[in-house]
Design a binder for this molecule. Structure first.
Ligand SMILES: C[S@@+](CC[C@H](N)C(=O)[O-])C[C@H]1O[C@@H](n2cnc3c(N)ncnc32)[C@H](O)[C@@H]1O
Length: 263
């Protein structure tokens, strides 16, 4: 069985999220900030997590409505807001909600879903419900922008993919040391999703080792499948990029970045 919301239920993990270089050094922020500035109207961010993308958008003067299902991730976002140099809390509204079923009584010219939360939606029902909820909140000329990884089929076809240290030991800002190992726990070729396990080993300041695991499920999508899902939900692809420099999508691109709108 898969984790419907990607398993962001552990408070320790939401504390670690912003420390991890593979998340904090992702080069997608300026891409989303530029889109927010180009549209220059309130932005709805789905699956906002700890505000990694919403906070930089707000700092450029655009208001954000940030929605996520995970209480620990939202708690972390709120504690970050309290620590910000400027009081930006009146420009960032935080909502706990499910992106497969939300109703905000407002339409947006820009809805974003950064860093792959759509891939946590394993069932076609959840995927379509998410896209239909987006459609119902998009203005006629609005954009819905989201990114997925360009799937490596080897990882789906090799059930016993070994453990890899994907975050080598490093010192976090608070002095603790962190190492992360990841592995594919189960592969589901028929439904095209993998269950991943991340093992976080934290060396506390007193030398004690704390270990936590997170299991998360990721669906693999082909571009053709996404095109059909979007079409069924009343949306269409306007542009498809392969990286955050807005280069066109190609077979070996690292990302699939969908710029979509109403049909
Ligand atoms: C990889 S994190 C991305 C967070 C943020 N967008 C970023 O770029 O750092 C995925 C986020 O999606 C959220 N999420 C997963 N399923 C969700 C759902 N059905 N509704 C709302 N949020 C969801 C998780 O709680 C988590 O915060």
């Amino acid at each position: 069985m898969y984790e419907k919301y990607g398993d962001y239920s552990d408070e320790t993990f939401s504390e670690l999220y912003d420390y991890l270089p593979i998340y904090s050094q992702r080069d997608d922020i300026s891409f989303y900030v530029e889109w927010a500035n180009r549209i220059n109207r309130d932005v709805l961010e789905l699956g906002c997590g700890t505000g990694r993308v919403s906070i930089p958008i707000v700092y450029t003067g655009v208001n954000v409505i940030a929605l996520d299902y995970s209480m620990p991730m939202l708690k972390k976002l709120e504690s970050k807001l309290e620590q910000e140099e400027w009081d930006i809390s009146d420009r960032l509204s935080v909502i706990r909600g499910d992106m497969t079923n939300f109703r905000l009584n407002k339409k947006f010219s820009l809805i974003i879903l950064p860093f792959r939360p759509f891939q946590h939606l394993i069932s076609v029902d959840d995927q379509l419900n998410c896209l239909k909820s987006v459609r119902d909140h998009l203005t006629q000329d609005g954009y819905f922008i989201f990114d997925l990884f360009n799937p490596n089929p080897d990882r789906l076809l090799t059930p016993a993919f070994g453990s890899v240290v994907d975050v080598p030991r490093f010192e976090m800002a608070d002095g603790r040391m962190l190492t992360r190992t990841s592995r594919v726990l189960t592969s589901h070729w028929k439904e095209k999703w993998n269950e991943y396990e991340f093992l976080y080993e934290i060396e506390e300041l007193n030398g004690k080792i704390k270990k936590i695991t997170q299991k998360t499920s990721m669906r693999y999508f082909s571009v053709e499948e996404l095109e059909l899902l979007l079409d069924m939900a009343g949306l269409k692809i306007i542009e498809l990029y392969g990286d955050f420099d807005s280069s066109p999508y190609e077979q070996n691109s690292p990302e699939e970045i969908y710029i979509t709108g109403l049909k």
